[in-house]
Ligand binder design. Sequence first.
Ligand SMILES: [Zn+2]
Length: 286
Amino acid sequence: MRLLALAAALSFAGAVLAADYSGPLFDTHLHYNDEAQGPYPLPDVLARMQRNGVKAIVANSRTNDGTKALAASPQTSQAGVTVVPFVRLYRTRADYDNWFRDESVYTMVQTELASGTAAGPYRGLGEFHLYDSANANGPVARKLMALAEEKNLAVLAHVDDAAIDLLMANTPSKGQKVRLIWAHTGIGGAPIGRVEQLLAKYPLLMGELSYRPGLTCEGGKLCPEWRALLLKYPTRFMIGSDTWVNQRWAQYDDLMKGYRTWLGDLPVDAARRIGWDNAASLFGVK
Ligand SMILES: [Zn+2]
């Protein structure tokens, strides 16, 4: 009898642990690019967020008009979505490979920062990419990192671990005071020990987890070493959709469901931090 009760209690605990995370989500890596706006008009993308419990987004779009449209529409607030706007550095795909040395990108950033959005001032810069980490030392990359620290703007950077160090070195505080969000926490799969080392070295470094290799294992559950890292640093990670191509909009429901599945592997408070609180406190979203 006691054994049966124990078995029942254990299976109940198992069921509770296995339940998907059901709290709010903060999508910290969302693009609403030019080519998305035809097939996925504003009411459609807002409906996708709403039905997935996405209550806030970091919006950064090529061009910035997509972000401004999200910020300005009364439908966005009606859908219960708060927009945290970032300045995207790209006007066209060609800017991906040249922004770090293109003075006209710096000028564009200044113009955007001065004008802001209907949802308020821009809160960050990026996403930007560095396919060769040495370009973190490009003249415009240096200026933008210094500007980010000076103006307390977050930075969303799709870079490798070597570029994290280089970008940080280009700020007045040498990376101690800049809010760098590492897109994908290293899409090339930086070793987990290296991720941990960077988190320890830079107290405001945050990891965004879309596309992160090795994060999830069988059944979409967290792999053990990642679960351990998230539990060691529960205040340092965030989730995002990365709707960089239209296919990601088509997959939006599945992406968010995937997050809810593995967040459900964590204790509720850690899940809520990663799913919502970390970004909400970073950007002052209630
Ligand atoms: Zn992206």
